[in-house]
Design a protein. Structure first.
Length: 216
């Protein structure tokens, strides 16, 4: 009986709130809210990122760009791409050899960008970008062909991978069309199929600086 009484009480409460909402919010008088509504403010933007973090125990720099649209000054939708621009050297094994030698890591990734901005009209505010996508990575031996100094490089192995990279930035409104941001991201990589590189070797935090241009 107690359970039945509780259910009746909950039903009556929900019904009461529902009726009150219907009385004060006539669906005929209000359009269904959506991100792509004609009433929303839609502006394009583009940005350049510099990221510094550890890969294979070495400090490396990633340079990239992203762009898309800002909806209602708060929501970010677009695409992004990043590439490793510094030499990452580590000791690894070449197939068929037993002695470790110095190898190099090359790679990059890209995908869709989603995110949001907290208090975008303030001079200093918070931006939360998230990149979801895929990338490619390769391990290179720069001295593989010792008898051909003009072109001695050889790709030992390569692989594609999945990447998810959430971040948080503190942004500054420099002008109406330019924002400068600084923050951190965490790069999560999964699915590498390499003998010399594991997922955890290339996953980790990065410090970043962002230069964003658009109509904000």
């Amino acid at each position: 009986m107690k359970k039945l009484a509780y259910l009746i009480l909950i039903f009556c409460t929900v019904t009461s709130f529902g009726q009150r909402y219907m009385d004060t919010n006539d669906p005929k008088d209000e359009e269904v809210k959506s991100l792509l509504s004609k009433k929303n403010d839609l502006n394009a933007f583009g940005a350049l990122d510099l990221k510094i973090g550890d890969l294979m125990g070495e400090r490396g720099m990633l340079v990239g760009a992203y762009g898309g649209f800002i909806i209602n000054r708060r929501y970010l939708f677009g695409v992004a791409g990043y590439g490793l621009v510094t030499a990452i050297e580590f000791d690894g094994l070449v197939p068929g050899q037993t002695e470790p030698k110095q190898l190099n890591l090359h790679g990059g990734y890209g995908g869709i960008l989603i995110g949001g901005t907290i208090a975008p009209r303030e001079l200093i505010h918070i931006s939360i970008p998230v990149v979801l996508g895929a990338g490619t990575m390769e391990v290179v031996d720069k001295d593989y062909f010792v008898n051909n100094p003009a072109d001695s490089e050889f790709t030992i192995e390569n692989s594609v991978f999945f990447v998810a990279e959430p971040g948080i930035e503190v942004e500054f409104n420099i002008t109406k069309y330019f924002r400068l941001g600084a923050g951190m991201t965490y790069r999560y990589i999964s699915g590498t199929e390499l003998e010399n590189v594991k997922d955890e070797d290339v996953s980790g935090t990065t410090a970043m600086i962002s230069f964003r241009f658009g109509r904000f």
